[in-house]
Write a new protein. Structure first.
Length: 231
């Protein structure tokens, strides 16, 4: 049981982000619920690492004085599971946008898929998706993308320590990835498709770990609110 002082002095909340919610919406919802529960005018609430609206899984939320720790949590290694669909691409590298191109897949074997993962282990140069929240010239990249404007994106170096194929069902490739801060799994899906002399986009993504925090220890927004009302 937590009281108002606990939230103000700082809590780390592990939330299982639902599909279609932005990370910002989750923070806003929890901040509002905590303020209502304890009749607070304001309280600091922030998250340690954005998840795309089409991703689910672990969101580390910090309240009160624990918001000072957000940068250290963000810097920790992350683990994801998900599905890459081979043979087609989308402008956003996931299902936020429609398929814009299709590619041959007849040459792709299970052995080739597993062998190709080795190209992505270690330090990797990666171009962030143009549909992302990274800022350039004071605007977010997705603002340029939605306006149909070309933008010069610079690659960034990320580190992928594990890239494991867990199942292959036709053109759907299930995977598990362990990677550094700043890694875009959507970009990995796109680059993986290219490396297979085809195309690829992300159809599902779930964050399972941030450092020592595990999604199995997280709760849904609804469960958190129910617990909060009983505190």
């Amino acid at each position: 049981m937590h009281n108002v002082d606990d939230y103000l002095s700082g809590q780390v909340l592990l939330i299982d982000k639902p599909l279609h919610w932005t990370s910002f919406q989750v923070v806003n919802k929890l901040r509002w619920e905590i303020r209502q529960a304890f009749k607070l005018k304001k309280i600091k609430v922030g998250h340690a690492g954005t998840l795309d609206p089409l991703a689910t899984g672990l969101l580390v939320i910090c309240t009160g004085k624990m918001t000072k720790e957000i940068d250290s949590f963000q810097a920790q290694t992350k683990e994801y599971t998900g599905t890459i669909v081979l043979g087609s691409t989308t402008p956003s590298f996931d299902l936020e946008t429609e398929i814009n191109e299709t590619f041959p897949t007849h040459h792709i074997t299970e052995a080739l898929i597993k062998e190709t993962t080795k190209q992505f282990i270690g330090e990797v140069q990666q171009f962030p998706p143009v549909f992302s929240a990274i800022k350039k010239d004071g605007k977010r990249l997705y603002e340029f993308a939605r306006a149909g404007e070309e933008v010069d994106i610079k690659p960034r170096t990320v580190n992928i320590s594990e890239f494991e194929i867990t199942a292959i069902n036709g053109l759907n490739v299930n995977f598990r990835v362990v990677c550094s801060k700043g890694t875009y799994i959507r970009s990995l899906a796109n680059d993986f498709g290219k490396a297979l002399q085809s195309g690829g986009h992300l159809s599902a993504l779930r964050r399972t770990k941030i450092g020592e925090f595990h999604v199995d220890d997280s709760v849904s927004i609804e469960t958190f609110i129910t617990k909060l009302s009983s505190e």
